[in-house]
Write a protein that binds this ligand. Sequence first.
Ligand code: HEC
Ligand code: HEC
Length: 229
Amino acid sequence: MFTGLYSGASTDAVSGRAASTFPRDAQRAPQADASTDKTQLLTDAGHNAYTGACAQCHGAKGDGKGSFGVITSPPATDLTSPAVRSKTDAELFWMIKNGLGFTAMPAFSGLYQDADIVAIVGYIRQLQDGKGQPADIPVPSTELLTLADPGGDPAHRGAAVFFAQGCFRCHGGYGEAPGDFSIQDTSQAENVIRKGVPGMPAFDSTHISDSQIKDVITYLQSAAPSQEQ
Ligand code: HEC
Ligand code: HEC
């Protein structure tokens, strides 16, 4: 965002300074590309976070027609309506961060960092402009939900955590969601779950205990291969 400030500056002065202050940046692609990557990363983060945390109520397109959005009272807002368009980014940020009391609209400050919420606001603007790329929200089958058993063996306990924490909303019932949401590699899973990645909330120990993380990983490792056969 701030790269624009430098666009008219002398290249030598800028790269010279970057090289001494940020040695790793100096090896990267030219500035224009770097800022495009950054914008893309932010868009992806907003899109991912929106898909997993908002679409079930506000709809993948933001029209308020998510599967839960139509049954809450009041119903989930159409985020593409003129009323929401006319709100400032700061107003949307505040409502997402703090939620709206006495409605089904939750506060997301415990799940998402400010930067993620900024990315979500950006994604809502894209939906308003008809530029967002809505993702299908995976719905777990009844059969799949019966796998969830908090008192069962580790894989069944893990399934219970996976559904209760809403992991399936991004990753699909077995972690097999299409594209960017599919879970291919569980080697870093513990780290990813604790720290989050752009668009995926960090789940601290108040959300998922250490032993629950192990159960979830067992579930993902046992579920994924059986899906492929
Ligand atoms: C459980 C359902 C639910 C979820 C999940 C949810 N919302 Fe909402 N949201 C609502 C409801 C219901 C309202 C409307 C409250 C009202 O009419 O006063 C609302 C209102 C809003 C508003 C206020 C619109 C306005 O101008 O009045 C914004 C912005 C918003 N939601 C964004 C989000 C975002 C972004 C997410 C995900 C990070 C999200 N919501 C997740 C149910 C939900
Ligand atoms: C809001 C969407 C969202 C939610 C909710 C979510 N994730 Fe993720 N998760 C992502 C995204 C996006 C990635 C990055 C995928 C990539 O880069 O391949 C990711 C990556 C992962 C990875 C690493 C996958 C790999 O192949 O490297 C694991 C493991 C994972 N998530 C597990 C979970 C678990 C367990 C939960 C629930 C506690 C969860 N996620 C909830 C969006 C989400």
